[in-house]
Design a protein around this ligand. Sequence first.
Ligand SMILES: NC(=O)c1ccc[n+]([C@@H]2O[C@H](COP(=O)([O-])OP(=O)(O)OC[C@H]3O[C@@H](n4cnc5c(N)ncnc54)[C@H](OP(=O)(O)O)[C@@H]3O)[C@@H](O)[C@H]2O)c1
Length: 298
Amino acid sequence: MADNTAVGWIGLGKMGVPMAGHLLDAGFALTVHNRSAGPEAGLRDAGAEIAASPAELAAKAAVIVSMISDDAALADVTDGENGIFTAAAPGTLYIDMSTVSPDASARVAARATECGIGYLRAPVSGGVALAVTGTITVLASGARADFERAEPVFTAMAKKSFYVGAGEEARYIKLALNMMVGMTVALMSEAVVFAERGGVARDTILDVMGESAIASPLVGYKLEPLRQRDFSPTFSTRQMAKDFDLVLGAARQTETPLPLAAFVRQMWSSMIANGAGDEDFLAYVKTMETLSGMKAKD
Ligand SMILES: NC(=O)c1ccc[n+]([C@@H]2O[C@H](COP(=O)([O-])OP(=O)(O)OC[C@H]3O[C@@H](n4cnc5c(N)ncnc54)[C@H](OP(=O)(O)O)[C@@H]3O)[C@@H](O)[C@H]2O)c1
């Protein structure tokens, strides 16, 4: 079998392209696959091989990584007709870095065990800008030996990787963090509109917010786009709605009430219904402006 430097990468979206690029830069022998043709071009030019399907990729790789949309994509690339479980040799390590539900992840874990394949859940904290600079944070759970095997892969693309448990722990932590990300933007939006309605210039409230006790790295990342009204998607409203659905679904199973998350989930629906589904979730501020009777600015 190929050594651990033979890595197969599935999913070349906003996050996958820069993350896979770091593996090439670090010297991994990389094979990539994306469902649709196009996004692989840059990586091919930089030296990656291209596989026509997850199965073709799995046959060549010692370590397989996926960075794909959601539960349905995870089921397709693992257990679909040309999924990796049809072709990966026993002893292969499969790492999924997407944000998916603990349930879907547990199904993959069971299938991986049947196939003799190691499985690490490794969702990431940090968006596209941090993926580009190789400074995302990885939250990993699964067998500790698999985590140790995966560490060189994580080191190539992340500033820090945490080992958080043997089962689905990483999925829960990732969802908990994203719930806070979504709600932080909701809070920022309400605060900005509230201040503006009171006569404060938007630039002024944003300047103060960035230097105040409530400032955080996330608040900092969103100040400039908010100032510029730049809603180009680093993480779309639709993606955030998906993550809130995962949070609320997982919470239902443990009878954990999440009243704030349930409310904010309704707001993502309103935004999607009003055409902001493919904009950055920061477009929440536009909903608050509309609800406040402010004059449309875009
Ligand atoms: N963007 C962020 O800031 C961010 C941050 C942290 C975590 N995440 C999570 O990371 C994951 C990827 O995010 P992203 O922003 O890179 O998403 P994205 O730009 O929408 O890319 C999604 C990728 O998944 C593939 N895909 C979707 N459905 C598929 C299927 N049924 N079979 C095979 N491939 C499929 C897409 O292929 P096609 O090109 O063919 O559509 C594409 O390569 C998501 O789970 C997201 O929640 C994102």
